[in-house]
Design a protein around this ligand. Structure first.
Ligand code: F6R
Ligand code: MG
Ligand code: MG
Length: 367
């Protein structure tokens, strides 16, 4: 049976500030999606949040970029904005709904999307990752570890189905181009690109031996769409697991190291990506630190058996503690790089204004 997994998310107002969502937003979104399930449009759904981002996980039969499914998500975000965010004057009500009217597909309109159409396997475990206060390039490091690094994923060496490796689709989000690179043969080229996560973002991964889709990530960058700073686009990711794909534990393993990602306060700082359970998916210190949740599901005929809140485990305590030590270390740099992001990333903030203001006061330096 063919099933499409669509994960569509947006920040449509925070409670309080940009820290988390309001329970009434979740409630109304659930109601909208359960109506869509009753009509048969959806097979199943799960509404959740990470930080101030409302996440609509949906399963259906209609393929990727389906206008009806995207419209459902869009209408849900609009209704929750109007009936909850605006009424409660939540912070930044409707902030990610950049366009006035829906145009057939939410891609490029503000909300983030990760989607994959799959042939449901006899057993179909998959994991949904959602992060707040960071950007899509934040997945580059863990995706590389999971699908290309045998020091992370033992199966790349041990399992004959994975031994040929994986194909990575990398998107240049500035020039809006994509390139497909093969691992392990082209890992140096791959790393040369994805080591710049603000520009080159892994969008999809397939198993090489049979082109089975293994991972799909959101790649929207709101600031690039809007042309002015409207925040980082907190990313989502879907990864299929087991039976010739990385095991659940190999996928989670990549998140044990809280690597530095761009985002955090004002989308302008580097900080550690901290793996947390759903109950801690709330941003606090310096509007962060950036955090990620992992929800596991077993799919059966399109029904989502889950979630299994996978970072809700003492095995991740050390990663969380390490993340806090890194957070403390980075914070001590205050407005200095490399805590604050570099010039290119500051393009949509005040930096150009400061340079403009000082334009006439800059004199040629004497030899
Ligand atoms: C980062 C983020 C927050 C805000 C910060 C200032 O993605 O959403 O860190 O940038 O709280 O927000 P404003 O300018 O809305 O007061
Ligand atoms: Mg917000
Ligand atoms: Mg957010």
């Amino acid at each position: 049976m063919k099933v499409t997994i669509s994960l569509i998310k947006a920040d449509i107002g925070g409670w309080v500030g940009h820290s988390t969502v309001h329970p009434k937003q979740i409630e109304l979104a659930k109601q909208k999606l359960s109506e869509a399930k009753e009509t048969g449009l959806l097979l199943d759904f799960f509404v959740f949040h990470v930080g101030d981002d409302l996440q609509l996980l949906m399963t259906h039969k209609y393929g990727e970029s389906n206008p009806e499914i995207h419209k459902l998500a869009w209408d849900t975000f609009v209704e929750v904005t109007n009936k909850v965010s605006k009424v409660l004057k939540l912070y930044g009500a409707g902030q990610d709904l950049l366009s006035e009217a829906f145009s057939g597909n939410v891609r490029g309109m503000g909300p983030g999307v990760a989607e994959m159409e799959i042939e449901e396997r006899p057993s179909e475990p998959f994991i949904v990752f959602a992060a707040d206060k960071t950007e899509p390039g934040a997945w580059n490091y863990p995706l590389y570890k999971i699908f290309a690094d045998p020091f992370n994923t033992a199966g790349l060496v041990i399992d004959p189905s994975m031994h040929d490796g994986f194909k990575f689709e990398v998107m240049d989000v500035i020039e809006h181009k994509v390139v497909v690179l093969n691992a392990p043969e082209e890992i140096y080229d791959l790393l040369a690109l994805i080591g710049t996560p603000g520009r080159y973002v892994i969008r999809r991964i397939w198993r090489k031996k049979d082109d089975l889709i293994a991972a799909a990530a959101s790649v929207t960058r709101l600031n690039l769409i809007a042309g002015k700073y409207v925040g980082k686009d907190d990313p989502v990711l879907i990864i299929r697991a087991q039976h010739g794909l990385p095991a659940v534990g190999e996928i989670l393993e990549a998140f044990a190291f809280p690597h530095l990602v761009a985002g955090w306060m004002r989308g302008s700082h580097n900080g550690p990506l901290m793996p947390v359970p759903m109950k801690y998916a709330k941003c606090t210190r310096f509007d962060g630190p950036p955090r990620v949740i992992a929800l596991g599901f077993q799919l059966h005929d399109g029904i989502l058996e889950g979630p299994n809140d996978l970072f809700d485990d003492p095995a991740y305590d050390l990663s969380r503690q390490t993340a806090q030590m890194i957070a403390e270390y980075m914070r001590r740099h205050g407005p200095f790089m490399p805590h604050r992001l570099g010039m290119e990333e500051m393009e949509y903030t005040t930096l150009p204004h400061v340079l403009k203001k000082l334009e006439d006061r800059f004199k040629m330096a004497e030899e």
